[in-house]
Design a protein around this ligand. Structure first.
Ligand SMILES: O=C(O)c1ccc[n+]([C@@H]2O[C@H](COP(=O)([O-])O)[C@@H](O)[C@H]2O)c1
Ligand SMILES: Cc1cc2nc[nH]c2cc1C
Length: 375
């Protein structure tokens, strides 16, 4: 198959599959313990740079917040954005058997091919932003089964969480570490800002379940229509989520337990990617409800990882905003989007670059000879 120019089909993560449970737990522990808080001195130094620019103080609002955050993450007063990538994780969901999605399961695999071909929404928006799309099959159901999609597959779709755990604890750890490895490889190749994206028919169901468990909001409050279920199906979807939580009794104090019981493979991989980005001082832009459910899981595993996250748009799924709020974040773009794939996150790349450009290129009161004052 031909893979278009700004797309990488990932073929790595050799030894995770042979790893023992103990090794996986230890690898995650090591990753988590290496995540540090942001560099406050770099944040203050960036603030000083921005305050010297020819504008009333803080008048570039969120752009200034983003420039400071990136300085704190990259631990320098003069951060530079080099390579940009969307990490697109794919997985299927046993719970689709309950009729929780408006779309059929085979679309996950079909869309994955579209990403590889470079003609889906995320390809266009990532290309527009000068970013690559790194696609990983973490758990697509075996419909087409071509070997090139299976290299990183932890499991061929989750089990139906309405009847028991979506996956084993070991599978959840493997998916998290697969995501971490994909992020690590991207960073090694020169990428220094990441965005999260995904595809997985049915995945708004586990995302809402995770958000309900972690935030304490009711299932009704955090569950929306996903691909577009109608009123009756939405009610049914909420009942399925409630039942899944009741049957599995996830332990809210053990985020791996929660994500293994009511999560998803691609969601877990995004959690791992976010943890790795945090570990390596790389900002990570969040997308819609699935990405934010993964981010919330990451923040529950490692509280400090939340400071490495840059929010993007507000999904039409109401649970996304509530999950962002729990992490002290809020959406920046209100575009009524609900596609996923990383499309909303990709729109933030140029905004992050614009924020850094302001710091680098805008004149100061001194250089421009503009009178300073109490403004
Ligand atoms: O990003 C979002 O907020 C978002 C909201 C609704 C749907 N999606 C996408 O649609 C699929 C999940 O919807 P569903 O109804 O099958 O659960 C999955 O492939 C997601 O990428 C994504
Ligand atoms: C067509 C289609 C494209 C998608 N991209 C992400 N989720 C999706 C769901 C559907 C149904």
């Amino acid at each position: 198959m031909t893979v278009s120019k700004n797309v990488t089909a990932y073929h790595g993560v050799a030894n995770i599959k042979e790893a023992e449970m103990k090794e996986l737990e230890a690898a995650l522990k090591e990753l988590v313990s290496g995540i540090e808080g942001l560099d406050e001195a770099a944040i203050m130094a960036m603030r000083e740079r921005l305050n010297a620019k020819i504008k009333p103080l803080r008048s570039l609002g969120v752009l200034e917040d983003i420039a400071e955050q990136i300085a704190g993450i990259m631990r320098t007063s003069h951060p530079k954005i080099a390579g940009k990538a969307v990490l697109l994780m794919a997985g299927d969901h046993g719970v689709v058997a309950e009729g929780v999605s408006a779309a059929p399961q085979e679309i996950t695999a079909q869309m994955f091919y579209s990403y590889l071909n470079g003609n889906a929404g995320i390809n266009i928006l990532a290309c527009h932003a000068g970013a690559e799309v790194i696609c990983t099959d973490v758990g697509i159901a075996p419909l087409l089964n071509p070997p090139e999609l299976m290299i990183n597959r932890v499991k061929s779709g989750t089990d139906n969480m309405m009847h028991g755990p979506a996956m084993s604890r070991k599978d959840a750890l493997m998916a998290i570490l697969t995501g971490a490895k994909v992020a690590a490889d991207a960073i090694k190749s020169g990428v220094n800002i990441l965005a999260t994206g995904e595809v997985g028919i049915g995945n708004t169901t586990p995302s809402s379940a995770l958000i309900s468990v972690f935030t304490g909001h009711s299932v009704e409050e955090v569950t929306g229509r996903g691909t577009g279920v109608k009123d009756d199906a939405l009610k049914h979807k909420q009942e399925v989520i409630k039942r899944a939580i009741e049957v599995n009794q996830p332990d809210v104090d053990d985020p791996i337990d929660v994500i293994s019981k009511v999560g998803g493979l691609e969601i877990a991989a995004l959690t791992g990617a976010i943890l790795e980005a945090s570990y390596q001082n790389v900002p990570v832009i969040l997308d819609g409800i699935i990405s934010v459910a993964a981010a919330l899981t990451a923040a529950k595993i490692a509280r400090l990882s939340a400071s490495y996250m840059i929010s993007s748009h507000s999904s039409e799924e109401q649970g996304q905003r509530l999950a962002l709020k729990q992490m002290g974040l809020g959406p920046r773009l209100d575009f009524h989007m609900r596609l996923g794939e990383g499309t909303g996150a990709a729109l933030m790349f140029p905004i992050a670059e614009a924020a850094i450009k302001i710091a680098d290129e805008m004149a100061t009161f001194e250089t421009a000879g503009v009178t300073t004052g109490d403004f």
